[in-house]
Write a protein that binds this ligand. Structure first.
Ligand code: PMT
Length: 411
């Protein structure tokens, strides 16, 4: 078949990193690389040391026309920090074949070679095609490792059953290259159906902290739960998400790029840096309106009966984004203790927003630090919508759906 004569049309133009580990089926990875290239993908190959015992790097180099990455500490030709460069390059990482040893390392976050390090550094979706002896596959350790990876969002390609290289017959064969390419094609087809595919969204979360001396700060009760849930939902809908978060104990959501900041000024800079190239910003962070005019170099001593700290205004990040708005969709939050709808509508207008999510933070189970929230959503040109108390994860989904609707209306 020549260049575009196959059915894998969704692979065209995609950047794919093919990881090859040391199994007898490594030879099939060469046919897969060839198929992906013929389908119009840009392919880079990374091999483990064990993989090179089965097939030479030269084969992949000739097939892809690109240098093959093999060594963590070898001579680096094209990339400054290779595992980071390739982790960022990839729209999809596929490991085929994936040995039991590789699965175990990936499941436990072990990064002792170039491939396992890259796996930790990438935010791209990862597919693995396990291939091994049937008993190794059935072993509880391997099954648990596969389950761990599945839970973390890895796509696992089921091994085929049949004759195995060790002479027995059973489950553990690497599917044929055409089948692997079909799965990759399906992956990209599904992505196209996600409405935020190809869009970049910045989400802010948590409460900024404003230092007054080396040990104390002014802060608020935001936990980051609302913002993290929104970042996860946006990622599920296909967006490339940058989560700029003030201090939060929550773990980085899978597949989301996270920048951790402390102060309003740091959040301002992190958001503004990426603003021009993004399609929208959802500001759920509770940003401190004021910061200490001067931060004491030493811990403030309790010498006097009263202490006065002079505060100065922080930038209103969302207001500034509203002023600079071009194609971006801007979503704000309003944390109110009275007159919810009226205050929220005024904020929406003043900050030039497309949508505002208003929460009355005096209601039990709503607002700061709760797992649930109760909101009124106002979208430009529509009637206000009133929602009952619901989990923040569910609300995040609802917000993203409305965001998509605004986006679709513009296309
Ligand atoms: O993190 P959780 O514990 O889950 O709690 C969630 C939440 C209660 C923090 C969240 O639902 C919420 O209401 N976030 C906004 C809090 C807030 O600061 O609201 P505000 O009404 O003061 O600000 C209005 C909007 O302007 C917000 O989108 C805010 O991010 C933004 N802002 C505010 C001040 C400032 N200097 N710069 C800003 O960009």
């Amino acid at each position: 078949m020549s260049a575009m004569e196959n059915n894998f049309t969704s692979i065209k133009g995609r950047k794919i990193l093919l990881g090859v580990t040391g199994g007898i089926a490594a030879f099939k990875a060469a046919s897969l690389a060839s198929l992906l290239i013929k389908s119009g993908a840009e392919v880079r190959v990374m091999m483990t040391a064990a993989a090179r015992e089965f097939i030479s790097a030269r084969t992949f180099q000739e097939l892809t026309g690109q240098p093959v990455s093999t060594e963590m500490f070898g001579e680096v030709s094209n990339y400054r920090v290779e595992h980071i460069a390739l982790a960022k390059f990839a729209e999809l990482v596929i490991i085929a074949p994936a040995t039991a040893n590789f699965l175990a390392k990936a499941a436990h976050g072990i990064a002792d070679d170039l491939l396992t390090t890259t796996i930790l550094a990438t935010t791209a979706p990862i597919m693995v095609a396990p291939s091994m002896n049937d008993r190794m596959l059935a072993n509880a350790a391997t099954q648990e490792n596969l389950e761990t990876l599945r839970r973390r969002g890895f796509e696992i390609i089921e091994p085929d059953s049949g004759h195995l290289a060790c002479g027995t017959s059973g489950k553990g064969r690497l599917p044929e290259p055409e089948e692997l390419a079909a799965q990759i094609n399906l992956h990209f087809e599904r992505l196209k159906a996600r409405k935020l595919e190809g869009k970049k969204i910045i989400v802010t979360a948590g409460g900024t902290i404003e230092p007054i001396d080396p040990v104390r700060y002014i802060g608020n009760r935001s936990s980051g739960k609302m913002g993290f849930a929104i970042a996860e939902a946006a990622h599920r809908h296909g967006a490339k998400v940058l989560l700029v978060t003030a201090p939060s104990v929550l773990k980085n959501p899978y597949g989301v790029e996270v920048v951790r900041v402390e102060t309003a000024l740091e959040m301002h800079d992190a958001v503004l840096k990426e603003y021009e190239t993004c399609d929208g910003v959802i500001m759920s962070a509770a940003v401190a309106d004021y910061r200490a005019k001067e931060i004491a170099d030493e811990k403030i001593k309790k010498t006097d009966e009263t202490l006065t700290i002079e505060l100065e205004k922080n930038p209103d990040i969302l207001f500034e984004l509203g002023q600079k708005k071009d194609k971006q969709i801007l979503v704000g939050f309003a944390a109110e203790t009275s007159n919810l709808e009226a205050y929220a509508a005024a904020k929406m207008k003043q900050k030039n927003l497309d949508m505002i999510v208003a929460n009355d933070v005096t209601i039990a189970g709503a607002g700061f630090n709760a797992d649930t929230n109760m909101v009124t959503i106002i979208t430009r040109g529509s009637m206000a919508e009133y929602f009952p108390l619901m989990p923040k994860t569910e609300l995040a989904e609802l917000i993203i759906k409305r965001f998509e609707k605004i986006l679709m209306g513009r296309q």
